[in-house]
Design a protein around this ligand. Structure first.
Ligand SMILES: Cc1cc2nc3c(=O)[nH]c(=O)nc-3n(C[C@H](O)[C@H](O)[C@H](O)COP(=O)(O)OP(=O)(O)OC[C@H]3O[C@@H](n4cnc5c(N)ncnc54)[C@H](O)[C@@H]3O)c2cc1C
Length: 416
């Protein structure tokens, strides 16, 4: 026999989409259960970028100052390097937002921060180590989920179920929602290499023929993402770890002594890249948001931002109706209508860059040195052009604003 819980909204997945949706709904007084299958947020595969539009949402929520007290790095420019030639790709200093920078913060710190904010509201319940296994369906509507928890099986019944369980969403699979796969020519190898004080400060993308490395500064160490053509991991492994270390060192010579820290292939994780989106994001009683509705490529590092924007739109469109106990099928469809354009536009750009830039770089393995693309040269010649990628990366298409009210946490505590 499994225990049964009743709530207003049950959210599968405690990533950026699920945590932000849970926070916003609890903030307006709804009872929400967020189920996260891991025991903590400490996982390395997560991106680290908090974009100006997300920081603006935090400003609107009144939590920005508190957030910026947490350790983070700020990047006002996004820079790259092809061979020995360095260039600036995006200049964020002109954005119409309070923060004119991308904040780099390990995602577990960001999620812990959102969890702390959300827990001030008595309706917010975060259940870690609780994995959604299936949906409960009655008369053609989703009315909750079944989950595996440390205390045994659990049923959670809810007026609304939200799938925010990421790229490998169990919810979308159990609901039978069909996705359109847009494909990705690459996968990513993810690893840490220690950082030294004299290392270059700017987050850098480094490119040579056949190789591409992105390095995120986490103060004590570099979080490195090395792009490989999809399906070529075995080939890489056959050439041996020393060959891989040398490839890294040739892209970032200041790491030459430190690539030895990679002692075995176990120190390197593979992250499969998927780009897809659901044809229908909802079914009666159920809505998918974030990567669960549309898996994002790492290109531009915008997936977290999109996931959060989905969460804000969900709360804006559904929050009051959920509180009143009336979320119709059309209300759920309205969330897709609101968020489909920014998703499609972003994915189209990502696929364009994947195919026109990344695929060419990775395919150029046996050719000579890479040249800086003409459009990048234009950015150096006319710095004003750097504002275009800054706008696309920093704010994205159709940025959302918080339109949901907040109950006072202390009032809510007393009312319980
Ligand atoms: C290699 C790589 C690098 C990336 N780098 C960046 C970056 O730097 N910046 C950026 O903005 N985006 C980046 N992205 C994209 C970004 O990670 C995603 O778009 C974003 O995390 C989506 O957020 P989400 O909340 O929808 O899903 P996720 O972040 O995937 O969160 C889903 C959560 O659900 C949990 N979960 C899964 N299944 C279940 C279940 N059955 N029951 C309960 N819980 C479950 C998971 O443990 C996870 O915590 C990257 C993607 C890849 C592949």
């Amino acid at each position: 026999m499994s225990e049964t819980l009743q709530t207003r909204c049950c959210i599968a997945g405690g990533g950026p989409a699920g945590m932000m949706a849970g926070y916003l709904l609890a903030r307006m007084g709804a009872d929400v259960v967020v189920l996260e299958k891991h025991k903590d947020f400490l996982r390395d595969f997560r991106g680290d970028t908090i974009h100006p539009s997300t920081l603006e949402l935090m400003y609107e929520l009144g939590i920005l100052d508190e957030f910026l007290k947490r350790p983070h790095q700020e990047a006002k420019e996004l820079a790259g390097q092809v061979g020995n030639e360095k260039f600036v790709l995006a200049d964020l200093s002109h954005l119409p937002t309070h923060c004119k920078f991308v904040a780099f913060m390990p995602q577990w710190d960001f999620l812990n921060f959102i969890a702390e904010q959300a827990k001030q509201y008595p309706g917010f319940h975060l259940m870690m180590q609780s994995e959604v296994i299936d949906l409960i369906t009655e008369n053609g509507s989703t009315v909750g989920v079944t989950a595996k928890t440390p205390n045994g099986p659990l049923q959670i019944r809810a007026a609304l179920t939200i799938g925010a369980d990421g790229r490998h969403s169990a919810v979308r699979e159990r609901a039978g929602l069909q996705a359109r796969n847009l494909g990705a020519p690459m996968d990513v190898l993810w690893m840490r290499i220690s950082r030294q004080a004299q290392d270059p400060a700017r987050p850098l993308g480094r490119v040579e023929a056949g190789k591409m490395l992105v390095m995120i500064d986490r103060e004590q160490y570099w979080q490195c993402a090395f792009l490989i053509a999809k399906g070529t991991l075995n080939e890489l492994k056959q050439r041996g770890l020393e060959d891989f270390r040398q490839q890294l060192a040739s892209l970032a010579p200041f790491l030459r002594e430190r690539v030895e820290e990679l002692k075995s292939w176990d120190d390197i994780s593979i992250l499969t890249v998927a780009v897809d989106r659901l044809l229908h994001w909802s079914k009666p009683g159920l809505l998918c948001i974030g990567d669960s509705a549309h898996a994002m490529s790492p290109v531009g590092g915008v997936g977290i931002n999109l996931a959060i924007q989905d969460a804000v739109a969900t709360a804006n469109i559904l929050g009051r109706k959920l509180l009143a106990g009336r979320v119709s099928d059309n209300d759920l469809i309205a969330v897709q209508h609101r968020r489909e354009f920014p998703t499609k536009a972003t994915q189209q750009l990502q696929v364009l860059i994947q195919n026109r830039v990344i695929r060419r770089i990775l395919d150029a393995r046996n050719s000579g040195p890479m040249k800086v693309p003409v459009f990048v040269k234009l950015f150096q010649r006319f710095p004003v052009l750097r504002r275009i990628p800054a706008r696309l990366i920093g704010m994205g298409f159709r940025p959302e604003h918080v339109k949901t009210p907040s109950i006072s946490p202390s009032f809510a505590q007393r009312a319980r």
